[in-house]
Design a protein around this ligand. Structure first.
Ligand SMILES: [Fe+2]
Length: 307
């Protein structure tokens, strides 16, 4: 066998593999932008009659980049949905550079019954602005590696983002509860901080045990429900897993960043600690702008009574 024959035999499979890889990457990149508008009817045991049919727009893991590239796509998707109220569960921007985009996104949502939000881990991830102004390749690479390693050394205070959101009408709740009236019913909105970063305090956020009122929990990660008192909650909304973001055929999601889901059931309506929990696949992407088998999602949850 000649050298040129060997080269030809090696090159053919190599170039075919490279072409297949490039095609798959392109497909996953395209898929990361094709948002699915889901409508999810949820039968909630103990739902008060006044909440029957309530439509919740669940904003999760938008991961807006600082250049606002996905903002109009998000607003178009939201506009095409009918909803009464917005509940949001964090990871709104990829880093603090995207905070203005987050504020603009929420400013332009106009639900009749308000917007309530908890925080995710990415609300603490510093962008170039917090890292001293100028973006450099080295700085971007360092921040990327810190995120891959889950380093918490350089977290930023999300207080300015919270203040800006409150200014456009968003009620941001951090390890606390807030009582509102919806459909003539008392609802305790409970929001915990990011359990992935160890910031969640459900004990502090919950209202006193017993008492009236429907209890709805906003927790960035479903792992926030891995708590002995989670069962006091009637319904929970979460995100964080991105539905795995990359799912392999027959295997499921190799990466989930949450103990409360498994590689097959990484999103959707899941019972976690006995609580019906909607885990959104989220709208954006983290680390790589790719999705495979887990399209981005903007969900409207429609609550129904069990009868
Ligand atoms: Fe996320």
């Amino acid at each position: 066998m000649t050298v040129s024959t060997i080269c030809r035999r090696l090159l053919l499979p190599l170039s075919s593999g490279a072409a297949l890889g490039a095609a798959l990457t392109f497909y996953a990149w395209q898929a990361s932008k094709r948002v699915e508008l889901t409508r999810v009817p949820i039968v909630v045991p103990g739902l008060p009659p006044g909440l029957e049919g309530l439509r919740i727009l669940h904003v999760a893991d938008t991961h807006f980049p600082a250049n606002g590239e996905s903002l109009e796509r998000f607003l178009r998707a939201a506009k095409s949905q009918d909803y009464d109220i917005v509940f949001a569960t964090g990871d709104y921007a990829d880093t603090s550079d995207g905070w203005p985009v987050v504020v603009e996104a929420f400013r332009r949502l106009k639900p009749g019954l308000g917007i309530y939000a908890s925080l995710g881990g990415h609300e603490r991830y510093p962008g170039a602005h917090h890292a001293g102004g100028q973006r450099t390749l080295g700085g971007d690479l360092r921040r990327f590696l810190n995120r891959v390693r889950g380093s918490h050394r350089a977290l930023v205070d999300p207080a300015p983002l919270i203040a800006a959101l409150e200014e456009v009408g968003v009620t941001v709740l951090v390890n606390e509860n807030h009582s509102i009236e919806l459909g003539g019913e008392l609802v305790h909105l409970i929001a915990i901080d990011d359990a992935y970063l160890g910031l969640a305090d459900l004990e502090h956020a919950l209202p006193e045990p017993g008492g009236d009122g429907f209890r709805l929990l906003l927790s960035h990660t479903p792992d926030g429900l891995l708590h002995p008192r989670a069962a006091e909650v009637n319904l929970a909304l979460s995100g964080h897993t991105h539905g795995g973001q990359i799912r392999l055929p027959f295997y499921g999601a190799p990466v989930r960043h949450a103990r409360s889901v498994d590689r097959i059931r990484t999103a959707g309506l899941l019972p976690i600690s006995g609580v019906p929990t909607f885990v959104s696949r989220g709208f954006g992407t983290a680390l790589l702008p790719l999705r495979l088998g887990a399209r981005p999602e903007l969900a409207v949850l429609e609550l129904h009574r069990a009868d």
